[in-house]
Structure formats: C-alpha cells, structure tokens
Design a protein around this ligand. Structure first.
Ligand code: OXD
Ligand code: MN
Length: 601
C-alpha cells in the first residue's frame, strides 16, 4: 500500500488532539508517520457531523480564512479568498507517478515514484509546523455501492477540511465503510508556502496514494474529486472493469413516459453543471417534460449483471463555476447557492452579499473584487475571478434525482460527448455504433477555459474530456472504452454535441441553456426508437422536423449543423496528430474508424 513517509524524530504523544482516532490500526499508523513528517502543532480527527462543520466554520472565520456573508440574504454562507497565484488547476505540476513512463502515457506528466516521494518528502518536512493537521476520512460513492471507495485526506487547510465535508460523505460514514481493513486511498495534502514553483500534485496509482503540496485550490487540494475519483479511479476502473469519467449524470422524463438517464462528458467550464441542472423551458414544462440531476462532474460506470451500463455519482456536493449563473442560465444553482455555501473568489458587496459577473440584478456601483480590492464598473477588470466557485451539498438542489440515492446507480441509455468549438463541429450528431461513438469521444477537441491555468480559447484535443484526468496511458484507455462493446448487451447510444458554434459575426448559432432540452428530447426519443434521423458522413443527424424547433430560427439551426468539407480535412489532420502520439497503444479500431470517416467525407 505504498511506502510510508520516512520517519523523522518528532513523536506526537503530546500533540493537542480534537476528536477520537478510529480503531483501525492501519489508519492510525499511517497518520502517525505523516505527523512525524509534517510536524503539525495539533491534530483534528473529523467526524463529519453538522456540529463539527459549524464549529470549524466559526474557527475558519476567526482565523480569517472565511468571511461570513450576510445572514439575511445568504444564510450559512461564507467567502474564501484564495492566494491570487492559486485559482485554478495546475496541469504543469500534476504528475502520474507510475513505475514506467509508458504506463502514464504521452499525455500525462510523469515522474518516477521514488523521485516524486523524495521531492515531496523534502517539501513536507515540517510543513505543518504551527498548523493543525485535519484528518478527513471520506467515502466516494454511496455506502453499500459496489464501487464505493474510502479515502483519508490529511490536510493543513481548514478550508479544505470544510469543503471536503460538503463535497464528500465525510467522517464516521467513511470509517464505518472501511472497518478494519487498509483499502483506503492515502491522500496527504499541505498548502506549504503556496508557491507555484514548489507545487506538486502527484498520483501513485499502484500505491493508491495521492500527495499534493503547495496549492489550496479545489481541483488540486480536495483530493477526493479529480485525484481520487478520476485519476486513481480511472486506473482502478481499467484494472477492475469499470469506467471513471468526467461526466454529468441526469434524468429526463418525457410527458407520460419513463425517465431516461444520460451521462455527458464536457471539458471543464463548458456548462456541465448548467446542463446537469437544466430546467425545462416553459413550453417543454407545459407539455410535461421533466429533468433531474444525479451528478454534475463525475460518473463512475460499471456493467451490471443485467448487461446495462450503470452510472453513479461518487461525490456528495458541487464545486461549480459561479460567473454567469443566474435565474435564466441555471435557476437550480441559484437556489443551491442561496444558503449554506462556501463561495471562493467571488466579489463582495458592501452589505455582505456575494456578487459575480452575470448575476441577476444590476451591476453594483462598487464592491470589493475577489482579491479584496475596491472595484467599480470603471475598474476595467472582472470583480469575480472567472473561475470563482461555489461549494454546496447535493441535497440543496431542488432538481436532485431520487435515483441519486440508489447505490446501484442509474441505467444509462445515452452518453453525450460535448465540446466548445466555435467552428466545424456540428450542433448534434449520433454515432453509428459503439466504436464510432468511442471515436467521437477520443477525437474531441475543445477551446480551453479558465478552469485550468494557461491560455484560454485555444483548441486542444481533450479525449472524452479526460485529458487532464486519465490516470494511465490514454491509448489503453481507448482500448478499455472499446471493450465495453463486449461487456454490455444493452449498450447506450452515443452522441456528440457542440452548443458553442458561432456565425461569421461570432454570435452563438444555438441559444443553449434550457433550449438544449430540444436536443436532449431528440436523444431520449432516439433511445426509445420513436424519432428519425438522416445518415450523414459524420453520423446520424436530426432533420429539422425531428426536433421541437418552435421559436428557433431554422436557418441558424441548419447553419449550426452544416458540414464544411474543407474544415473537416483540417480537423482530420489535427486528429492524426493526437493519434500519432499514442504509437502502438493506439487501437487499430479507431484508426480504421478515421479512415471510414475520411472516405465518407
Ligand atoms: C472542475 C474542473 O473543477 O473540471 O470540475 O476543473
Ligand atoms: Mn470537472
């Protein structure tokens, strides 16, 4: 179960301690070795109770880590301002530390495990001096679920401990699930000096271990999410025959019909949360269409004994992008974040209310920006950070699906891959078959967003939206996906969508948000065999008469679906560049699929 951190001389016998250690000797022993390494001044065993969350919130406010928001307008809410150098995931210092470079594959940063352990040990020595180490046991997945996994995160950040209490099933429930065994992901986290030049997020899939140092940002520091549920999870999925995916899960119920569950992969900050929480627009609602959320970011999917694909959300909360959220774009998110929410890096109005670009209501004449500096509309900069976030538990979502409570997960009828592409990629297409669908996912390219540090708006290949999150060689990941054709007898249909195509003036051709239900309705009806499509070189596409386009400009819809052969030649060349990277690990089935597309075009 991975090498222990090297022992240093200090023992913790006199360490002031809050809470009770568990009986589990593996946990106690591992925590002790980390105490010896990081040398905290105090130890806090989290139990996950509501009282504890309240007490820790008070402590965080007293320490200046959180600012309480207006209790009348935003009860139970607080604001955290991060270090300005630490506002997004940092892929350049995220490493997959597998025994060989080729196990990590060409798309991951690789570091040899011994080198990584050595480098981070040097960082951790004494890194918690003067701080409290919080011991955060957490469960990803529902208790009793066939895929549920226990992790224990040790962190010196009270913000991380509190956020883990919202994002995961935290405390006693996790220790109960663990019992006396030592099958838990060992997650060690220290903000250290929060220096981007001394920042590492290292994954050791073979050791079931994550070590994160030098960042307090969600994706780098809440280790249950991207690190365990996706990077370690995808590795385990490959070993054990399931899939850990960067996908939302939602249910859609047609008038008088059965709920159809779909999953959808979109790169970070491309509207996954909005789609997962979509509210039917009035004329759909009037007809009786309903939607519900199971998860907004991560799906764990396994083939059931029934031959169908089952999906469950391993998380217990949302860590969503705030700017642009309002009663039109996402009324459910507005409701979720109206109470008991931690906001990170939003602006603050003089009355203690949070504010962000795109919020309902007028633009304020003054406020404090996300760094705490005075701001006015004339300041010429954003008041809220473009990657500012809200953290809140699932049950605050009025559209939460009852199916979210089912440890066996929901039966998946359709999988959607989606990207942000202003040109070339059509609004919606359905794959001809499973292999073609995997090809559509594997060739996804998307314009980059603020969720990761680096240039925003350039197209990068992001297969299945998993480029930053696949914990092993992506060529083998494609093969793993292809293998589900045989593992499943009731295979979901696969679709590709792009709500972001623009006209020559740069205006979106499709209204998006609630209107995306027009396309989801087609997907649901395709799954139920109730609606037609036409055969095109790219796949099955709806004819205008196959969709509810009431109130939509039909010419713009057709423009959004247009296939430009010249642009596709370039697209194929770009895809080739990606495929070449994987060398012998690239499955032949996908190369053959590309040749079929080339000849159809
Ligand atoms: C996220 C991300 O925070 O994808 O979900 O970056
Ligand atoms: Mn995400």
């Amino acid at each position: 179960m991975g090498p222990s951190p090297q022992s240093t001389t200090q023992r913790s016998t006199a360490l002031p301690t809050t809470g009770r250690p568990p009986e589990n000797a593996h946990v106690r022993q591992w925590v002790q070795t980390c105490i010896d390494l990081c040398q905290p001044n105090a130890l806090y065993w989290c139990d996950g109770s509501a009282q504890e969350q309240a007490a820790l919130t008070q402590r965080a406010v007293a320490e200046g880590v959180l600012i309480s928001l207006n209790p009348q307008t935003f009860p139970g809410c607080s604001l955290h301002r991060s270090n300005p150098n630490d506002t997004a995931r940092t892929e350049y210092c995220t490493f997959t530390c597998t025994p060989t470079r080729e196990l990590a594959g060409p798309t991951n940063n690789w570091m040899a495990p011994e080198q990584a352990y050595q480098t981070l040990r040097a960082c951790y020595v004494g890194s918690m001096r003067g701080r409290t180490m919080y011991v955060v046991p957490f469960l990803m997945g529902l208790p009793g679920s066939p895929l549920a996994k226990v992790g224990i995160e040790l962190t010196d950040s009270i913000y991380v401990a509190l956020s883990m209490g919202l994002m995961t099933r935290m405390g006693r429930v996790a220790l109960d699930a663990l019992g006396g065994n030592d099958h838990f992901t060992r997650c060690l986290h220290s903000v250290g000096e929060c220096d981007p030049h001394r920042r590492y997020i290292c994954h050791f899939p073979q050791d079931n271990t994550v070590w994160s140092y030098g960042s307090g940002y969600g994706g780098n520091a809440l280790l249950g999410k991207k690190c365990l549920a996706l990077r370690i999870g995808s590795y385990l999925g490959h070993e054990e025959g399931w899939l850990a995916e960067h996908m939302l899960i939602m249910g859609i119920t047609p008038p008088g019909g059965q709920t159809t569950y779909i999953t959808g992969a979109f790169p970070s900050a491309c509207g996954k949360t909005n789609l997962a929480m979509l509210t039917p627009p009035p004329h759909f609602a009037a007809k009786g269409w309903k939607t519900e959320t199971i998860g907004d970011d991560i799906a764990w999917m396994y083939p059931g004994k029934d031959g169908a694909l089952h999906a469950l959300n391993p998380e217990y909360g949302y860590f969503g992008v705030v700017p642009g959220t309002n009663r039109t774009s996402n009324p459910n998110a507005v409701e979720i974040m109206s109470h008991d929410t931690i906001f990170t890096n939003v602006a603050l109005l003089p009355d203690g209310t949070p504010w962000w670009e795109g919020k309902d209501g007028p633009i304020p004449s003054r406020c404090l920006d996300w760094t705490g500096q005075p701001w006015t509309p004339a300041s010429g900069r954003k008041a809220a950070h473009p990657n500012s976030r809200f953290t809140a538990i699932l049950t605050q979502n009025p559209a939460l699906s009852p199916q979210a409570e089912d440890p066996a997960g929901a039966l998946v009828s359709a999988i959607i891959f989606g990207a942000r592409r202003s040109k070339t990629i059509p609004l919606i297409v359905e794959a001809f078959n499973w292999t073609h669908g995997v090809y559509l996912g594997a060739t996804m390219g998307s314009e980059t967003t603020a969720a990761a540090s680096g240039q925003v708006g350039v197209v990068r290949r992001d297969p299945m939206a998993m480029l930053p999150f696949c914990g092993y060689n992506m060529g083998r990941y494609f093969t793993h996906w292809l293998s589900f054709e045989k593992r499943l007898t009731k295979r979901p249909r696969i679709f590709f969508v792009n709500w972001f195509r623009t006209d020559a003036q740069g205006k979106f051709l499709w209204p998006g948000f609630g209107d995306n239900l027009r396309l989801l309705a087609w997907i649901v009806e395709r799954c139920q065999g109730r609606v037609g499509a036409i055969d095109t070189p790219l796949g099955w596409m709806p004819r205008p008469e196959d969709l509810d386009l009431d109130g939509i400009d039909r010419a713009r819809f057709e423009q959004a679906q247009a296939i430009d052969p010249g642009a596709w030649q370039q697209e194929l060349r770009d895809q080739e560049e990606l495929f070449t990277k994987f060398g012998a690990d690239m499955p032949n089935e996908l190369l053959a699929e590309r040749e079929r597309l080339r000849s159809r075009l």
